[in-house]
Design a protein around this ligand. Structure first.
Ligand SMILES: *[C@@H]1O[C@H](CO)[C@@H](O)[C@H](O)[C@H]1NC(C)=O
Ligand SMILES: *[C@@H]1O[C@H](CO)[C@@H](O)[C@H](O)[C@H]1NC(C)=O
Ligand SMILES: *[C@@H]1O[C@H](CO)[C@@H](O)[C@H](O)[C@H]1NC(C)=O
Ligand SMILES: *[C@@H]1O[C@H](CO)[C@@H](O)[C@H](O)[C@H]1NC(C)=O
Ligand SMILES: *[C@@H]1O[C@H](CO)[C@@H](O)[C@H](O)[C@H]1NC(C)=O
Ligand SMILES: *[C@@H]1O[C@H](CO)[C@@H](O)[C@H](O)[C@H]1NC(C)=O
Ligand SMILES: *[C@@H]1O[C@H](CO)[C@@H](O)[C@H](O)[C@H]1NC(C)=O
Length: 495
């Protein structure tokens, strides 16, 4: 009797739960749509309306548009405030706000608040010394986050080149932004993807790039991608994205391929390791077996003048030199071959005007965005390598993927990836991507008034969990060694 009663109530219970089970089954097969941030010229009200290039997030209420650059191993967000003084290196007060990607005005933000969590979080962020922490909201892809810890750098007395030109988006192992996006179910895994776009001389050779969080865009990559475990932290490779290069060489218009690899002449190609550092402002930096000399010989170039401006430490190409349309192919061991087209290999010199604060081309000479190491520093593939390659790093799965970019594709086919690296193409939200909101400029998804219960059917779009805790990491990263290489990211070589 009691057994039957139990069976009945269990059945009843199960029937009651059925709809919930089916919802949860559907939910486990779907994923939030990856969050997109374009890399492009952004107009900056907080820099006198000037433009700079990068990914823009809005900080505070009302949102202030600021440009960020991803950094490793930093975990936090660090921004430069309007009270910032004396820290622009050799940039003038007019050029400084553009160089920084806009300056944050704390008093204008009604959501700015006191610091959250542990101040020890600063330990990991020594490259931006003297930040003090506050909290404020961040809008990514028009969706507002809960308050996040934000380091503000208001005063810094250094007369050298700034090491971090733009605002800092920490994408380290315990990144507050990636964790927030995951906790609020905006992304299924702590994954970021970057394609830098093109910054060539003419419009034809300029393309916007993007960063994606929580997945990648299959329409903008070629092939299946090459997966590599994310390495251990090491000051040689702060991003932990190490790849082996099996060869690199030049493709001449007449069909000739010239290897620049040091072992190629002995027919004994030895792969060598290199670090993908997506914020390093050059294409690459290496002196592996006199790579640089071979490169210069192959294109019959002799330049001893260093580049300045937004792509510093490369070489200025003398005006009288006519350049062949050579492409540089970088072959990843058992992975894709990445071909940097000639129009991204010889770039205009851009810098910020001291008098107007505008980004402009500073002269007729082209520059070669390659730095020659004078000793055996670790080879680097920088930001401009991502003009022809796409990198996706999944911190939860501990794996990154490198693809050859489908550089000219304008299609979009977003794919989410989960914590195990599985791809998910079904998104847990209404098919229409343009869900109307009551306030289009600043959708109130993160507002306290939004009840999680009331929004049950649309869990993926609700920010419910406040991310406040920040994990302390005691890494000794000094300002001078921050980038791992001797580069300012600023205006000119430090002599
Ligand atoms: C990240 O945080 C966890 C604890 O949540 C800690 O064990 C780990 O060491 C941290 N990793 C880094 C790289 O800071
Ligand atoms: C170099 O790249 C350009 C642009 O992708 C392409 O049109 C051209 O055919 C390539 N040249 C060689 C020699 O591979
Ligand atoms: C192709 O061009 C390169 C560079 O100008 C030259 O060194 C090479 O000899 C040429 N190859 C042929 C087959 O013409
Ligand atoms: C390159 O130019 C410098 C200075 O103009 C000169 O000293 C050097 O010998 C030149 N190198 C070659 C390989 O022509
Ligand atoms: C972005 O701004 C730079 C500097 O003003 C300019 O040279 C470039 O053409 C712009 N790019 C696009 C895609 O408009
Ligand atoms: C975000 O909001 C701006 C201004 O309201 C709008 O122009 C833009 O299209 C929106 N972007 C997305 C991805 O919805
Ligand atoms: C949230 O609620 C408070 C008081 O309950 C109200 O003053 C405020 O206007 C509300 N905000 C929104 C965005 O609805």
């Amino acid at each position: 009797m009691s057994n039957r009663a139990d069976a009945c109530s269990i059945l009843h219970y199960a029937l009651l739960l059925t709809p919930f089970f089916s919802i949860s089954t559907a939910a486990s097969n779907c994923s939030p749509r990856p969050v997109l941030s374009e890399i492009r010229n952004v107009s900056l009200p907080n820099a006198n309306g000037q433009q700079n290039r990068g990914i823009a997030f809005r900080v505070g209420t009302p949102g202030q548009e600021l440009i960020f650059d991803p950094r490793w191993p930093t975990n936090n967000i660090h921004i430069y405030g309007s009270d910032y003084s004396g820290g622009c290196g050799i940039y003038s007060d007019t050029a400084c706000p553009t160089m920084r990607g806009g300056l944050y005005v704390q008093r204008d933000s009604t959501s700015a608040g006191a610091a959250l969590g542990s101040t020890a979080a600063e330990e990991d962020d020594r490259m931006v010394p003297q930040s003090h922490f506050i909290s404020d909201v961040l809008s990514i892809d028009n969706q507002t986050s809960p308050p996040l810890p934000i380091g503000i750098q208001n005063t810094i007395a250094q007369n050298k080149i700034p090491h971090t030109p733009l605002h800092v988006l920490g994408l380290g192992d315990n990144s507050t932004v990636l964790q927030m996006l995951k906790d609020t179910e905006k992304i299924a895994s702590r994954t970021w993807t970057k394609f830098n776009g093109w910054i060539g001389a003419d419009k034809e050779h300029q393309r916007d790039g993007y960063m994606l969080f929580g997945g990648y865009d299959r329409a903008k990559v070629l092939g299946t991608g090459h997966k590599i475990p994310i390495g251990k932290y090491n000051s040689n490779c702060r991003s932990r994205l190490r790849v082996f290069i099996s060869d690199l060489g030049l493709n001449f218009p007449n069909g000739t391929y010239v290897s620049l690899h040091k072992f190629s002449l002995s027919r004994n190609l030895q792969p060598f390791e290199s670090c993908i550092l997506p914020y390093y402002p050059l294409l690459l930096s290496m002196n592996n077996g006199n790579f640089f000399d071979r490169f210069m010989q192959a294109i019959d170039l002799n330049s001893t003048e260093w580049s300045e401006g937004l792509v510093p430490d490369g070489r200025v190409i003398p005006l009288e030199k006519s350049l062949p349309d050579v492409n540089l192919t970088i072959s990843i061991l058992s992975g894709p071959s990445i071909t940097i087209p000639y129009h991204q290999l010889f770039l205009p010199q851009r810098d910020i005007s001291e008098t107007t604060g505008a980004v402009m081309i500073t002269g007729p000479e082209k520059i070669l965005p390659i730095k020659e190491f004078t000793d055996n520093e670790f080879p680097i593939l920088g930001e401009l390598f991502l003009s022809a390659a796409v990198v996706m790093a999944n911190l939860d799965a501990g794996v990154f993927t490198i693809w050859e970019a489908n550089q000219e594709s304008n299609d979009q086919q977003l794919v989410a990836v989960d914590e195990t690296g599985q791809e998910v193409t079904e998104f847990c939200e209404p098919a229409s991507a343009t869900t109307p909101t009551s306030s289009p400029t600043n959708s109130p998804l993160g507002s306290e008034n939004e009840s999680t219960e009331a929004s049950e059917p649309d869990r993926g779009a609700v920010i419910g969990i406040i991310v406040g805790s920040v994990v302390a990491v005691a890494m000794v990263v000094t300002a001078s060694s921050f980038s791992g290489v001797d580069i300012g990211g600023g205006k000119q070589r430090v002599q």
